[in-house]
Ligand binder design. Structure first.
Ligand code: UDX
Length: 393
């Protein structure tokens, strides 16, 4: 039978988990798809879409319901409740969106979905579409959760040293916190292990890493598990845009970045003299941790630019901003890539989120990684002991 002739550009729907650390890499990946001739529609939840600031360029945005249109995750009250309802309502609303796009003359060919939302693959397959899973976390971390899912890494861990196929032996505390502190956040643990629940049905597997960084684990996955595509680092956008001949740096922020004041402040500082400190988009520090970080930065006697989200600012020591004005600037959010690319930045104090790690690595900024939870301890281990590009605090 003659193959049906394509009359339209391949149309991909890209569905990130609704948080900044997932929207950023999937938006950057969307740019690459557009550059390679595809049409891309990025799908956000109704709630998150209300707080997305910025410009998505040629990438269309559509919204679906996660069942919590007025408050998203916070409205659900618990991770488990949120994820369960998102699966039910999301499956329905994603299916309806795909049907709607078809009837409006924009049929979808492929669903690129965040590995945290494996039910999206069932929606794609039911509608006869190609399904591609996007892993936002590192290959090493995915490999660990995969072996838990397969029952090859038994929990709770009983030995201080752990051997996971595809990786060199690790200390238990180098594993993702949800694994070595088994039982600590059962809902999130289940979500991470369930990333692999239907992986045998998927058409494409993308991971936000690159071959040399993933090293032996990438080889192991290709040989033993599935033909993984390393499509990262999906950043930094400024460089990526330049490479793609597009100098407009569009991006979507869930918080409003302080841009002019940050860059002006940095412009006045000598090369490599500023410590940039940030704990990403959702880490919540204990008040004592916040105090230690704040005074630690102050006492380092280096200049520092510290990001403390609005919701965390009450934990700063009293009058900290005013008293440290001479040395430091505290902002509620910034354009992290622009900051990391600034000549004045000499060091990045980070929680070791995978995006921050890739961004610092790509821009050549040495890191001090103070991991908090999930994948961050494993990222910190690799930063210090494998890649030698930073220290673990
Ligand atoms: C979460 C997890 O914590 C992380 O471990 C996982 O790998 C991805 O999801 P998050 O904690 O937000 O992400 O950290 P990270 O992965 O570093 O992502 C934060 C993103 O926000 C980065 O892309 C960073 O550039 C951006 N950011 C951060 C800003 O744009 N401005 C800021 O002020 C701070």
């Amino acid at each position: 039978m003659e193959k049906e002739k394509r009359t339209h550009k391949a149309h991909c729907i890209v569905l990130p988990f609704p948080s900044q650390g997932h929207i950023n890499p999937m938006l950057q990946f969307s740019k690459c798809l557009v550059h390679n001739g595809a049409k891309v529609t990025l799908v956000a939840t109704h709630f998150i879409s209300k707080s997305l600031l910025g410009d998505s360029g040629p990438i269309a945005i559509e919204t679906i319901s996660d069942g919590y249109d007025d408050g998203g995750f916070a409205q659900a009250g618990s991770g488990g409740t949120y994820l369960e309802r998102f699966q039910v309502v999301g499956s329905e609303t994603l299916g309806s969106l795909i049907e709607k796009l078809k009837s409006s003359g924009c049929p979808v060919d492929c669903v690129v979905y965040d590995a945290f939302l494996p039910w999206a693959l069932d929606v794609a397959k039911k509608l006869g579409l190609v399904g591609a899973v996007f892993f936002t976390q590192s290959c090493m971390v995915n490999n660990i959760y995969y072996h838990v899912h397969q029952g090859m890494l038994k929990l709770p861990l009983l030995e201080p040293e752990v051997v996971v196929p595809g990786l060199f032996p690790l200390q238990a505390c180098d594993l993702p916190s949800l694994v070595y502190l088994y039982g600590s956040y059962p809902d999130f643990f289940n979500m991470l292990v369930n990333q692999f629940s239907n992986i045998e049905k998927v058409d494409w597997v993308f991971c936000n890493t690159f071959y040399k960084l993933g090293g032996k684990v990438v080889e192991y996955w290709m040989a033993k598990i599935c033909p993984l595509r390393t499509i990262g680092p999906t950043l930094p956008s400024a460089y990526l845009n330049k490479r793609l001949g597009d100098d407009k740096d569009y991006g979507l922020n869930m918080l409003n970045p302080v841009t002019g004041a940050c860059m002006e402040w940095l412009d006045g500082k000598p090369n490599g003299s500023v410590v940039y400190a940030s704990y990403g988009s959702f880490a919540v520090l204990e008040p004592q941790q916040m105090e230690e970080v704040a005074w630690g930065l102050r006492r380092s006697n280096a200049y520092f630019l510290m990001v403390v989200r609005e919701s965390e600012q009450a934990k700063l020591p009293q009058n900290f901003k005013e008293e440290t004005e001479e040395k430091g600037l505290v902002v509620s959010w910034c354009q992290q890539l622009e900051v990391l690319a600034h000549r004045a930045i000499g060091c990045f104090l980070t929680h070791g989120g995978w995006n921050s790690t890739l961004e610092a690595l790509s821009l050549g900024v040495p890191m001090v990684v103070a991991p908090l939870f999930t994948d961050q301890p494993t990222n910190a281990k690799f930063v210090e002991d494998v890649w030698g590009i930073g220290l673990r605090a």
